[in-house]
Design a binder for this molecule. Structure first.
Ligand SMILES: [Mn+2]
Length: 320
């Protein structure tokens, strides 16, 4: 296991001294932010603390099965709590509550424990338990609970495993490490519901979502640069009764088209704009070079751009 962070002792002290604690997940929360929140909450409740989970947005459907996921609050009064904890907030802006509660950022007024794994984290807490090398916030919490010798119940283990699975793309992303896999094993041994995590995260889709993906996959083509390209218009969404966010996850399949070197998904965003998303598994390709041609950016292996306009299908006939 990796060594404990110097902030672990300070974090434990903050948590042990507090009686009423609110834990905040970032806006548009994902499974890591929800899993971390609910696991920490249970640990603290097991110590007799009064704990509230809050987020400006509802937890996503794939987290609804987690213990206490239905008890999230959409608002809270900081005066009711003696400690604020943020989980998986890659910067202070992501908690969103600071907009109408500026005292959350006033370190003279509010005690705040910031637990996160994003390199972008601006260390906005009184204590910052931030480990940029960690694949997930749930990973950091496992190390922390182990360090503090706080018991991990089966429901806590499920919450932590869900976050770890989500942020590593079921251990397929490049942030997959031997330690991450070992921790998944430990969580499973502690009673985590591995099968349910996989089912909820990776094998549950609505019919409209699958129909939308079907349209995109049917149109997928490989060009001379070995780019796998497809597109979805606003009319496609309406035709299959799909929602805007039903596109999430589709891009991961486009790169499967052998022998593609990278993939491109073009979608109309319903506001007169076209979004381009690109992915590659090839470390020698820099997708930001393509994205920047259209005023976009991102990471070398995952980049995107937005341009004004509508998508038009062009048929090209040629004679070999
Ligand atoms: Mn995360």
């Amino acid at each position: 296991m990796p060594p404990a962070l110097p902030s672990f002792d300070q974090a434990r002290e903050l948590l042990q001294n507090a009686k009423r604690i609110v834990i905040l997940s970032h806006k548009n929360p994902d499974a890591d932010s929800i899993g971390a929140n609910l696991a920490l909450r249970e640990a603290l409740e097991n110590m007799g603390k009064e704990v509230t989970s809050a987020c400006v947005d509802n937890p996503p459907d794939n987290c609804a099965f987690l213990h206490q996921a239905s008890t999230y609050q959409k608002d809270f009064d900081p005066a009711d709590f003696d400690l604020i904890v943020t989980v998986d907030c890659g910067g202070h802006k992501l908690m969103a509550f600071h907009e109408d509660k500026p005292e959350l950022l006033d370190r003279n007024k509010t005690l705040l424990l910031n637990i996160d794994h994003h390199p972008s984290n601006d260390n906005f807490g009184t204590v910052n338990m931030v480990l940029p090398d960690a694949p997930a916030t749930c990973f950091i919490l496992f190390l922390f609970f182990t360090y503090c010798q706080w018991g991990i119940t089966p429901t806590m283990a499920t919450s932590l495993l869900l976050g770890l699975y989500y942020d590593t793309g079921s251990f397929q992303h490049t942030n997959t490490t031997a330690t991450g896999l070992r921790i998944a094993g430990r969580l499973t041994a502690l009673g985590a519901d591995h099968a349910r995590c996989i089912k909820e995260l990776f094998h549950t889709h609505s019919l409209p979502q699958l129909h939308l993906w079907g349209r995109a996959l049917e149109r997928l083509s490989l060009n001379s640069k070995r780019a796998a390209i497809t597109a979805l218009t606003e009319a496609d969404y309406h035709a299959v009764n799909a929602q805007k966010d039903d596109i999430a996850g589709l891009i991961n399949y486009l790169g499967h088209a052998s022998p593609a070197k990278f993939c491109v998904l073009l979608t109309e965003d319903w506001n007169g704009q076209i979004k381009g998303s690109m992915r590659t598994q090839d470390e020698n390709i820099d997708l930001t070079a393509i994205a920047s041609l259209f005023g976009g950016g991102g990471h070398k292996m995952a980049a995107g751009f937005t341009v004004q306009g509508h998508l038009v299908e062009k048929k090209v006939w040629s004679i070999n």
